[in-house]
Ligand binder design. Structure first.
Ligand code: ADP
Length: 245
């Protein structure tokens, strides 16, 4: 059986006014695959992954998520958004809601789950990300690493088929990076399809099926972690790696 891609992005072009931010980007991700996206700041990584769930418009190209075309049809956009969970650099938790309320909000309003069911699932997820005991606290009472784990649990509560991570550890103090990467690694081991924007080389080596370098709104190189880090083919990749390693 041929593998059906769960993310298909074909020749994506995006302009911010006159600025050509994405210049014909192609990406196919199969079910269960983990792709790590690297590249200098401003290279279009964030813009690119945000096109997958319609958070960012694009002017040319085609995107299909699990066989559904991302078109102007709002029903398609809504379906696709439900299939994709997203975690940002800044955790974006609601400060006035408890951890538990942050996680149950969308399942109750969007999935129409009962509060009891949503809380049951939320508690399971909090256990999975290792912070069950923080359920009744407010985001401001948690460390950055704990807040990011809440954000991951919140995204998972919608039972997405795909998780997108946009520099999930960049805003964290160094000692908290590991606990968040460990959670993401567990998701990978459980078979979640993921695209992770990250410059954490150790993580990419361990978890990625493929590593991609973007620069200037284009994909420069795409390879297995071993090939990417040990034998990069492009001068641009060698230069980038020499800056981050
Ligand atoms: P990365 O995630 O690789 O740091 P981004 O996708 O955030 O890059 O940005 C790609 C380019 O698009 C950058 O040059 C950035 O300045 C520009 N850009 C991003 N968002 C906007 C916006 N809302 N308006 C104008 N330019 C933007």
């Amino acid at each position: 059986m041929t593998k059906q891609p769960i993310i298909l992005a074909e020749d994506i072009h995006k302009w911010y006014g006159k600025f050509h931010a994405l210049r014909g980007v192609n990406l196919t991700v199969n079910r269960g695959e983990v792709v790590v996206l690297m590249g200098p700041s401003g290279s279009g990584k964030s813009t690119f992954i945000r096109t997958f769930n319609g958070l960012e418009e694009y002017q040319q190209g085609r995107i299909e998520i699990d066989g559904i075309a991302l078109t102007d049809d709002l029903r398609n956009v809504e379906t696709i958004r439900r299939e994709i969970g997203m975690v940002f650099q800044q955790f974006n938790l609601f400060p006035h809601l408890s951890v538990l309320q942050n996680i149950t909000l969308a399942p109750v309003w969007v999935r129409k789950w009962t509060k009891v069911k949503a809380e049951e699932v939320a508690m399971q997820l909090l256990e999975r990300v290792g912070i069950l005991e923080q359920a009744q606290k407010y985001p401001g009472q948690l460390s950055g690493g704990q807040q990011q784990r809440v954000a991951i649990a919140r995204a998972l509560a919608m039972q997405p088929k795909i998780m997108l991570f946009d520099e999930p550890t960049s805003a964290l103090d160094p000692e908290m990076v590991r606990e968040v990467l460990d959670v993401i690694q567990t998701l990978a081991a459980d078979g979640m399809t993921m695209v992770v924007v990250s410059h954490e080389v150790g993580f990419a080596r361990k978890v990625a099926d493929r590593v991609i370098l973007m620069d200037g709104g284009m994909i420069v190189e795409e390879a297995s972690p071993t090939a990417f880090f040990q034998n990069p083919q492009q001068e641009r990749t060698r230069k980038f790696l020499s800056q981050i390693l």
